[in-house]
Every structure is written in structure tokens, then in C-alpha cells.
Design a protein around this ligand. Sequence first.
Ligand SMILES: [Zn+2]
Length: 557
Amino acid sequence: MRLFSSVIAFAAIFSSFHNSCAVAASANNSVVVTLNATSDKLLAHYELSEPVDSFEWEDGAAEIRSRTLQPAAGDIRIEGSHVGRTDGAPLSHFDIQIAMDDAQPDGVYPIASRVGDAGWLVHVPHLRARTGTLDTKVELKFPSAFVCAPCASSTPAGALSGIFSAPSDADVFIGPANEVQHQNSPAWTLIGASHVPAWIVPLIQQAANQALTTYSEHLGQPAAAPIVVLIYDVRQARPSYQGDTTTHGVIALRWQGSMWQDSSDALIDQVRASMAHELFHLWNAETFHQAAGHSAWWLYEGSAQYAAQLVNRQMSKASNTAWLASMSQNLNTCRLKLDLEPLGASGFDNTPASNACGAVIQWLAELDSRWTSGNQRDFFSIWHSIFDAASRNGNQYTVDDFLRIAFTPNDPSRAQRSALAMLNERGAERWAGLIQSFRSLGLKVTAQATDQSLRDRLLLHVLSQSCAAGYYYSLKDTRVQIKTSGGCGPFADRSETSAVEGHDLFTDVGAAFDAVSLNCSKNRPVTFTLSDSAGKIIAPCKTAMPAARETYTISEP
Ligand SMILES: [Zn+2]
């Protein structure tokens, strides 16, 4: 999920109307955005309480606005995040037309998505005024066969149609009433089932019921009844899935591409887990949330992923072997993406590492809690305690709260040390420590470095010590072609090698790796044999070589 609008790189060329913006923000100034939806058109009317030289949207969606927003009349122009009049006169109202976005970029919410045949899901935050300029109020207008959610009528009860108000910080559905299905016990709303492949709908219903029941029962705190909007776009060639949770319990699940037309065991698992994942965010990101300055993605993404895997395990009645295989997969994805870096570094936010490594830490915490409590505590009791503490602290929690509650602070276990090392330290030894932790918690773990991971580690380790500039290598038949952009010491701009320290890099990689490791540990150079001449490359190696990436298999002892 992405909790709030993701910020994309943004280079705006502002015109004069932006620079001459004269009206300062005032608590009294506001804008009313009226979304007018019919089955084939979506319009937004902006009415400002006071004229301004330039109206400004929130940052972060300029690219998507430029693709999908059009002035409805010629006297208005849109540039980046700004709207102004073409004649330079002050602006007191304007109209724009909103089109569906065909690009569906990663990491940014589309402004308008089609729901069913005739409905819309509108990401309102992209349409509101920049924070600190004008207060935004949102009103909705639509034909009498339409409804909205989340929304409230602002006209007297019984009126056939009228003005509805909607939150300015959530996705809002506007569309045909027959797209909306209210579900009871547990209560939630399903929207847009008519246009997703038929096999998906019952899975979403079962997963939502199971996840909401499990979470409500074990987390000790209620969360908002969710509004789940299903969106399917078969036209997109690139198959993908994306889940978004915004405030007011609105969850959008988006599938693209024809691969979703037919089910398979893997897709069934994925659909169930995706629903359960987003629903966990109702607790860990909406009802409760990380305190300011603690937006650790690994914590809220990892816990949502792990919770979803637990729910999927209940639903699929998977064997312990299958469960351990899915945990091995988390660990191997984490190992691959994180490698030598600390997970706490912000570069891993919103990456596969934040989900996979986050889920590994949650599993470690659950295993450790079960071990130390004699099976009395589990993943859900950890989060029950975190949310209990948060409810006494403005509904906020921190990374420290998780670490304090999940592990025993005064008696740091091996598991806790492993989790902290993964978060805060660099290096390959952490992985050996982590594997020892799993073993000490009663699991069997086998680790195997592949020829490719040994060769990658060896080449990158040696090249990085000679190269001040860029370098890369590719494999061709049984040779390694090294290319540099100069400044790589003994390595020419192009070299081809197939052996180091007398060991072949394809048929004898283990020995090559051991020989290079030995030389590097003793600050001795390593010698590559060139393939296309009798020459050699003698490269310095002054730092110890980290362990190669291993592939792990976790099983019962
Ligand atoms: Zn998520």
C-alpha cells in the first residue's frame, strides 16, 4: 500500500503567473471543489472564496495531472501544479475535465479510475489546494442512479438528489448504486465487483471476512469498516497488481492485464493475501500510525505482509512445509535485495526489501515470542500490545515500541540481536547470525551459495577497489567481459577473463572464490588471466571479501 500520495520527482518550469502569486494563505480563504460525475464524464468546478493570481495544487502529481487534466475553457491554463488565467487577471473560479489515466504509473495514485462500466474512483488529494494555501472542501454532484462513498448528504433527508460532501484526503467512489454491495458481520462495503474476473470476487469476499474477523478478534481494537473498490483494466499490456489504502477505510485493489482472467493456485494466494494485506493497514497505518519521524516502511509493510500470509495460511489450510517455503521466499528476497546494506536506511523505503525483510523481522519476532512465552504470545499479541500502548499515546507507535514489545529488552535474545543487526548494521556476517537465530528457535536452515552469487561477489568486490568510476561486466559463453569507463587501475576499458588465481570462473568458482578471499584477507593482489592474450591483470585487494549471497531453505528439523 501507499498510505499517502507518493511524491514523484518534480521539475517544474514555472511561468510568470506563479512567481507573481500575490495572495497569501489565510485561514479564511478556501476553495470548494465540486466533482460532477456522469457515466461518461468527470468534471471539477473550483470556486475560490477570494480571487488569487495563481491556484496551486499539492505537489507530487504534476506528471499525472499533465496527462489527465484539461481546462474546460480556453481562458485557463495549467502548468505543473499551478492554474492561472491566460489573460493574467485574478482567478476566482475555473473548470477542468478529468480523464482516465491510461499510463498507470508505479508509485503514484491515478486521479480517476474506472469502476465497473460507469463509475469512478477519484483520488481527491491530487485535486485539493496545496496545504497552507486554501482550505479545500469537496462536494459531489451526480445523477440520481449514482451514489458516493465515503460521503455524506448535505441536503435535507428525502431530497432526490443534491450536494454530497466528501473527505479531501481519501479516494472517493462516485457511480451506479448497483455497483455497491454492503456486507454484514463483519461489516464492510464491496464496490466494483461487476467488472473484475469472476473468480476474484468470492476470494476477495472470503479473504475480507476472514481477515476482518481475525484482526478484530486478536488486535483488541476496532478499525473503520472498509470500503473496498475493485478495479480491473484488461487493456494494459503489462500485467500488474497494486493495492492502495487511503484514509476513511477506502481500499483500492487494481489488477491489470489479461493474465488475471484465469485463476491459478499462485494467483489465488496472491489475491487473498493482497486483500488481507491492505486490511491490516486499517490498523497499523490508519487507526494507529507511526509517530512523526518514524515512517519505517519495513515495519508497516512487513507487518501487513506477514499478517496477510498468516490469513492466507488459515484460508488455504497450507501445510507447515508450504508455510516454511513461503517464509524461505521472504528470506531469500530479503537477502537478494538488502545484501550488505542496513534495512533502516531510507533507500529501502517502498521497495521489495521493505516488504520481504519487514516480514522476516515479524516472523523472527513471532518465533522469539512463542519460544520465550511457551507459545502464549504470537504475532497478533505483539501487535495487540503495540496498539494498546498507542491508544494511550495519541494512537501513535514507533519502531522502538515494536522492538521493546516484540523482544525482551533486558535480556537481548539472539533473535533480537539479529533483527537489530539487519536494521542498523552493514555486512554479510549478519546473515550468518540470522540463520543461527532461526536454528536456535528450532528450525532447520540450509544455505547454499550458487556459482553465480560467488562469481558476482568476487568480481564486484575486486572491481570496486580498483575503480573510481563506473564499471560493469557481462557473461559471454565461458568468459567474463569487463567494461569500465576508465579510471579502473589495472583494468582496461575492456577486458575479458575466464580465470582468477588459476581457477576457472565457470567450472571452478568455489575454488576461485576461496583463493581470492584468502588473498584479500592478507592484503595481497589477485591475478586474473586474460582470455584473448597471454596477459594478466594484477588487481589490488585490501579489504576482506564478504560472504557470497546464499539461497536459504528453511524446514522442520
Ligand atoms: Zn502495504
